[in-house]
Design a protein. Structure first.
Lengths: 157, 446
């Protein structure tokens, strides 16, 4: 079985010059966890997910643990202040530039290996031979496929 | 001073050369900052004994346990009190008192840093205040550099003010028999002058850049200092012990008590109070946690250093250096005070002021005979303390607190560049030394 056999092809994509505000709206309204970023020719440039937006909101000295728990700070206020600044930025500034990319004819074994190796994403972007985006494949797509009956799970399906 | 000279040869080498070589090699490697300084100083101390420069008995006698006890005791007290969140409370309270004004916050956080540094160690102070500063400047949308810069200077200036503010003062006070009260009377008065002048110049340098919108100032006002207090009963216990200990330092001399006894007693008392009413198992667990937070690296660094300096002192080299210094200054007291002040300041800007002061102490003690006894030396001790503590402001590597703040700035994505800091700070350091010089001259020399 290959990546192309179980990938989702009904895709919402975005372009690098779109603003974070537009993407945030899509992420929120459609409950997407990830949106691929492609150029005019549909070549993969990266991906934005909820974490790539959030990770631009927290100052690095908090991430590195210099402050513990911080109960005294106006947390929503601080986060929203950064969020509002971020909304006018371009997608290219927050996107993950090295998403997990697999090829359409890669085997599921190799796709699964790729997903668990690059732990940043639960999704792999599926590309054709010209590195154009043709689909998306999530870790749960694979699990769901495995849960099907043994009959359906034959290798030549 | 030449009667202590060891005359017999060791391995065919003059012990003087062995001792001086150990000191120079250890100091050299400490400066290169490639190895842990405690390990180096203990290796050096061990070599002093193994090479026969000192007996173990002489080495142990050379360790100033008053310094060691005072440092350890205060470290225990600080390790417990910092868990209460009182430092964050004070920093936030101070920022809100000035209604979130960017310039007001710069001043308030510097004052808080200076006052805490005067009574606690500088590293702990900046370790607790700098991250809160980053949060506040983030809320204000202002560059953190002026704030962190002011805090570095405030921490070293504040630390100069009291006997317990900075390790060089602890060492000097202990060696010269100067009390906490002596420091309050002689050192503390000039510190506000230096602090105000320094802040004034910082305001002149950075004041223009410090603007914040009403919205961002309102965000600062939404910080809740009460949430910072994590443990109210412990806070009460910590404050009680801190006041008792500082009060104890002030009156200790009249009761012929050394500061180390007070600090260690305070530490033991707070350890007892902290765990009052807990099960034996929990108590042991808590004690071990606190003991692990004591900076043993620093303590062992001091132990090793005292032994190394004692070794060199034993060979008569320091006496000889004192003699040479006096030749250079023509045994003129004013010139000697000036020389010690300026040399200490420049040296401490570049090297660790602790080994520098450890070496200078016996050197100054050796001058006693020239200037008419140990009591006459007091202005020299103030010169050494002012030079060594304030000199730390000269460069980014001048004091440990500087490096700690630089580390935070780096992690906040706003690194403090060595040369930029040098450009801003070195002149300010020189000005503080000029003020100190004038003060010493007017008060003790004219």
């Amino acid at each position: 079985m290959h990546a192309k056999d179980i990938m989702t092809t009904d895709l919402v994509v975005c372009h690098p010059e779109q603003t974070v505000a537009e993407i945030a709206a899509v992420l929120n309204e459609q409950s997407f966890r990830m949106i691929p970023v492609v150029d005019a020719e549909h070549k993969i440039l990266g991906a934005v997910n909820t974490l790539s937006v959030l990770s631009s909101l927290v100052p690095s000295y908090i991430v590195t643990g210099d402050l513990e728990s911080i109960p005294y700070a106006p947390d929503i206020g601080l986060l929203r202040k950064h969020y509002i600044t971020l909304l006018n930025r371009n997608v290219s500034e927050v996107m993950e530039k090295k998403p997990t990319i697999v090829h359409a004819d890669e085997s599921l074994l190799s796709v699964t290996a790729a997903l668990i190796t690059y732990d940043r994403f639960e999704y792999a972007l599926v590309a054709d031979a010209d590195e154009r985006l043709v689909g998306v494949l999530s870790s749960s797509d694979i699990l769901k496929r495995l849960a099907k009956t043994p009959h359906e799970n034959s290798d030549d399906a | 001073m030449h009667d202590v000279h060891v005359t017999h040869m060791m391995f065919g080498l003059d012990p003087t050369w062995i001792a001086v070589s150990i000191l120079l090699v250890v100091y050299g490697i400490i400066m290169a900052e490639k190895f842990n300084r405690a390990v180096l100083s203990l290796l050096g101390a061990g070599l002093m004994i193994l090479c026969g420069v000192l007996t173990q008995e002489q080495a142990v006698a050379g360790v100033d346990f008053n310094t060691i006890g005072l440092l350890t005791g205060m470290m225990v007290i600080v390790a417990i009190s910092q868990k209460t969140g009182m430092f964050q409370y004070v920093a936030i309270k101070a920022a809100k008192l000035v209604k979130g004004s960017p310039l007001g916050i710069l001043v308030m956080l510097s004052v808080v840093t200076a006052v805490f540094s005067a009574f606690l160690d500088n590293v702990t102070t900046v370790l607790l205040i700098a991250p809160v500063t980053l949060l506040i400047t983030d809320a204000l949308d202002v560059r953190p550099y002026p704030y962190l810069f002011a805090q570095i200077l405030a921490s070293n200036i504040g630390g100069t003010a009291t006997l317990i503010g900075d390790p060089p003062n602890i060492m000097i006070g202990s060696a010269a028999g100067l009390s906490f009260f002596d420091f309050l009377v002689n050192m503390t008065p000039i510190i506000p002058v230096i602090f105000v002048v320094t802040l004034g110049i910082i305001w002149f340098m950075f004041g223009r850049d410090l603007h914040a919108s009403e919205e961002n100032r309102a965000l600062v006002m939404r910080f809740d200092e009460n949430e910072a207090i994590k443990d109210v009963p412990l806070l009460k216990k910590s404050l009680t012990v801190l006041f008792l200990v500082i009060g104890g330092f002030t009156v200790a001399h009249s009761f012929h008590l050394e500061p180390a006894s007070i600090a260690m007693f305070g530490a033991a008392l707070l350890l007892l109070l902290q765990t009052f009413g807990q099960s034996l198992h929990d108590k042991d667990h808590a004690y071990e946690g606190i003991m692990a937070e004591v900076e043993w690296t620093t303590i062992f660094f001091f132990v090793g250093l005292f032994i190394i300096v004692t070794g060199v002192e034993h060979t008569g080299v320091i006496g000889m250096l004192a003699h040479k210094t006096l030749e250079l200054t023509g045994s003129d007291f004013n010139a000697t005070v000036a020389a010690i002040l300026w040399v200490s300041a420049i040296a401490s800007a570049m090297i660790d002021n602790i080994p520098f002061v450890a070496t200078m102490i016996p050197l100054i003690q050796d001058m006693g005979s020239t200037f008419g006894g140990a009591d006459a030396l007091t202005p020299l001790w103030w010169a050494l303390a002012l030079g060594a503590c304030l000199g730390g402001n000269g460069t980014l590597i001048g004091a440990s607190a500087n490096l700690i703040v630089a580390g935070f700035a780096q992690r906040a994505g706003q690194p403090i560049v060595f040369l930029v800091f040098l450009k801003h700070a070195f002149g300010l350091m020189l000005i503080s030394i000029v003020i100190s010089h004038v003060y010493l001259y007017l008060r003790y020399l004219s």
